[in-house]
Design a protein around this ligand. Sequence first.
Ligand code: ADP
Ligand code: MG
Length: 324
Amino acid sequence: MLGEFDIIARYFTRPARSAGLGVGDDAALVVAPTGLTLAITTDMLLEGRHFAKGVDPAALGHKALAVNLSDLAAMGADPRWFTLAIALPAADEAWLDAFANGLFALADREKCELIGGDTTRGPLTIAITAIGTLPTGHALRRDGACVGDDVWLSGATGEAALALAHAAGRVALPPGDAERCRERLDRPQPRVGLGRRLRSVANAAIDVSDGLAADLGHILERSKVGAEIELEAIPRAAPLVAAGDARLATECLLAGGDDYELVFTASPERRDAVARAAAAAGVPVSRIGRIVAGSALAIRDARGEPVALARAGFDHFAGGTDAP
Ligand code: ADP
Ligand code: MG
């Protein structure tokens, strides 16, 4: 039977690279980078709330880090280090092996080093704190949107929510689409390369975790501005179109959540710079509307009619449902 220290040593200890001292002492040591600002973020995943029991452990390892890297991306930060606090119901070696593989595959790809954490027995819970760096004064904050800015969206939203709708029996997707949407839900790709390149281009940014409308709403609130969004300008991934339920598709697009795309604003003078950043990052971007005076988020369809949303996005304390 594996003990706590066996688990840490076997699955979560690797030689320190950029850290001065990694896993194994009372605290990790990192040399504070001169001239850079640290971006620090924490996200927690609970079984039954953020993911269903029996989920693929490799996907879970990936997602637990991905959601944190998405927050760093939304600040324009370069990922550097992370800590992992994990509660496990049992020391299941096959499970731990797969979880660690999923986790480190993404960590290595994004050059983010595990430097410490905490391990305990309990209901399956994963809390990661990720630390990134960026040049001081260049963070992409929520409060920087200006009247006249374009509103941009990376990639496409809605597929993760469509996977949940499929799992809940609200829609029956063909097998290929079901698989593609499940992949988006289980293995979100944080837009780290794009965020970094938008540092000197965008005025404000946020990552879409709770739904496009709700998260854009946070930018508007913090920047004290409004926005006009054109529904037709928001890209629709093929499975959303093929699902044949326009109402559900629109709901997934605007209020689905779990997308981990970036919504950002930039001056119209920076359109070429945005296009260059997107091309260099290999991520498509779409101009979906503009920032206006006021405080309202107006979304209009092709006929210019306002789009009404049953719910703006996900809120754990206001009717949010648990994972199936
Ligand atoms: P302490 O009792 O001093 O808090 P722990 O026994 O909790 O130390 O942890 C021992 C070492 O292992 C520490 O360096 C800690 O950061 C690291 N650690 C514990 N759990 C994890 C984990 N899940 N992932 C990475 N490092 C971990
Ligand atoms: Mg400890």
